[in-house]
Ligand binder design. Sequence first.
Ligand code: GLY
Length: 357
Amino acid sequence: MMEMTVHTAAPYQILIARGCLDETGPRAAKLFRANGKAMIVSDSNVMPLYGDRVEKSLEAAGITCFRFTFPAGETSKRLSVIEQIYAALAENRFTRTDFLVALGGGVVGDMTGFAAATFLRGMGFVQIPTSLLAQVDSSVGGKTGVDLPQGKNLVGAFHQPRLVLIDPDTLGTLPPRYFADGMGEVIKYGCIRSRNLFDSLAQSRLTPDHPDLERVLYECVDIKRIVVEHDEHDTGERMILNFGHTLGHALEKLHNFEVLSHGEAVGIGMVLVTEAAERNGITPSGTAARIRSLLTLYGLPTEDPSIPLSDAVAATSVDKKSLGGSLNLVVLSELGNAVVHPVPKAEVPAFFGEGTR
Ligand code: GLY
């Protein structure tokens, strides 16, 4: 069992252990009022798998449980579903001292966190991420929110969970493409902060039943913890978590979020930005090739032949990281160390080699 504390304004514990779903009740009982209520929020894929276990653990600790299940998928990540969660909380007379439990992947975590951030002006919630992507990224750090028809994650709040329970056993039920999706973010952590992690991922192929899985999860979450502690509200260092995301988001968007998974798009984005940074003399040559071969080992694509680079670069002009006159690109000074590199907007096409390729 591995544990760490995230020292944000309101500190919280993260527990990483096989089988820790059954710890939900005893852990929550220490944080929330005795004989309180919990609303377990999950989707139609995950609730049938783990809802009973989590509920049993909470009920055994004296907590009365309610459930809210919504259809699995990004299309559920909208305000009308949040309104339904509010209604379920209000009808069951939840108070600020009760809490929500986010049981599922990134969509579940973002939505439950947003409902918790806003119902009664804020109540506590527990994150139980069940996808690799959510375990290493979205369940930690307090970014919550929903999509609007105009764009993804346009409405949200920073609201840290009170507890995160990461049970690696839940990854065994994921379809292989979802595991690979999370590996895109795992590889990102190696690139931005840990050469050792990067090398270990190349030495032995990580799988859901690999003996090193817990250690790798711990390393990724620990990197995220440190970055979030330094920059809880995403005004500086936290930007390095977006390595590969600028072009990755652009590709996802150009495909209408229907072709590439997030991790696949981020992987291609990491390769493209690193190739450009090599040409601009920022990243040592050969780095992009190493990232490419690690992505390939994990079944992730390294290019998107259907979208010209110029279209992806043009789409970055509406990126959230493109405020003011520059685009804040995250690049590697070397494998294992990311830095923010502002590029004046007018120079972005040249940075990516347009006109020279
Ligand atoms: N997923 C990036 C962040 O939490 O800042």
